[in-house]
Design a protein around this ligand. Structure first.
Ligand SMILES: NC(=O)c1ccc[n+]([C@@H]2O[C@H](COP(=O)([O-])OP(=O)(O)OC[C@H]3O[C@@H](n4cnc5c(N)ncnc54)[C@H](O)[C@@H]3O)[C@@H](O)[C@H]2O)c1
Length: 261
């Protein structure tokens, strides 16, 4: 097992991508701390992790509140002694708040930037000191293909996720000589989100995104992300830092149709 006895803190680990990452890290031998805004789904994940013989603690945390992030990291360090892996997963585009930029409001920008960008800074700022002191650590930021190509109606979200890539690169440059690595995974459209869409949106997304955009006839699966996260968390990726990994088929590469048939 490649993460034997490592301690992993995962934000938003109660559901979907975060849940899959928690289970995968635990399956590779890590003890997992889940910082999630709601307790119930996170407790269910914790039960599954303990059934694998790993330790797991759930800490109710809103990652947009710096004092709560400070508390979650302090509690983790107090009980587990160290943090080897930080996965900044909590985030999202808040579909009900999506609009064209010309119709958007400052309140929504603040919400999206706090959830997707400042939360990453908060968690990294609290974890980076202990990681530098121990001379090791792997930080994985969960981004989006929106941050690489920009998505209409998700301008604020695209901006936040693009900033996460820049942040990842810059922090990696500051920390590589101290044994701390920082990487980003930019996810494409996931099957776990399809059920949250309205039927009309699901149909539109299936028509435009699947096949044409990703080059696959399917959405991404949460395990597509979890496997890469486990690799980046492990010593197998010891020479990799400051990188961004798109997991979205060919969606980040532009035109996916032959110019001439
Ligand atoms: N699902 C997709 O299609 C997709 C695509 C690209 C990128 N992403 C990114 O992947 C990450 C996970 O997305 P998802 O779709 O799996 O999320 P999700 O909405 O399905 O689950 C998010 C989890 O985080 C928790 N959470 C929400 N707000 C929180 C907060 N303020 N503090 C702490 N926990 C909070 C929720 O309780 C839940 O457990 C996000 O960063 C998202 O931007 C997702």
């Amino acid at each position: 097992m490649k993460l034997e006895n490592k301690i992993a803190l995962v934000t938003g680990g109660g559901r979907s991508i975060g849940r899959a990452i928690c289970l995968k890290l635990a399956g590779e031998g890590a003890d997992v701390i889940i910082a999630n805004s709601s307790l119930e789904p996170a407790n269910e994940v914790a039960g599954l992790i303990r059934a694998k013989g790993r330790r797991c603690k759930v800490i109710q945390t809103d990652v947009t509140k710096y004092d709560q992030v400070k508390q979650a990291v302090a509690t983790t360090l107090g009980e587990f002694g160290r943090i080897d892996i930080l996965v900044n997963n909590a985030g999202g585009s808040a579909r009900e708040k999506m609009s064209l930029f010309c119709d958007s409001e400052e309140e929504t920008w603040d919400y999206i930037l706090n959830l997707n960008l400042k939360s990453v800074l908060y968690n990294c700022r609290q974890v980076i000191g202990p990681m530098l002191a121990q001379g090791s650590g792997s930080i994985i930021n969960i981004g989006s293909v929106a941050g690489m190509i920009g998505l209409a109606s998700q301008v604020d979200y695209s901006a936040a996720k693009a900033a996460v890539i820049g942040f990842t690169q810059a922090l990696a440059k500051e920390t590589s000589r101290s044994g701390v690595r920082v990487n980003c995974i930019s996810c494409g459209p996931m099957a776990s989100s399809a059920h949250k869409m309205s039927e009309a949106m699901r149909e539109r997304t299936a028509k435009t995104v699947l096949g044409e955009a990703t080059g696959f006839d399917r959405f991404g699966e949460v395990d597509d992300i979890a496997y890469l996260a486990a690799f980046l968390a492990s010593d197998e990726s010891g020479f990799i830092t400051g990188q961004n990994y798109p997991v979205c088929g060919v969606m980040n590469l532009g035109l996916n149709e032959p110019l001439m048939r």
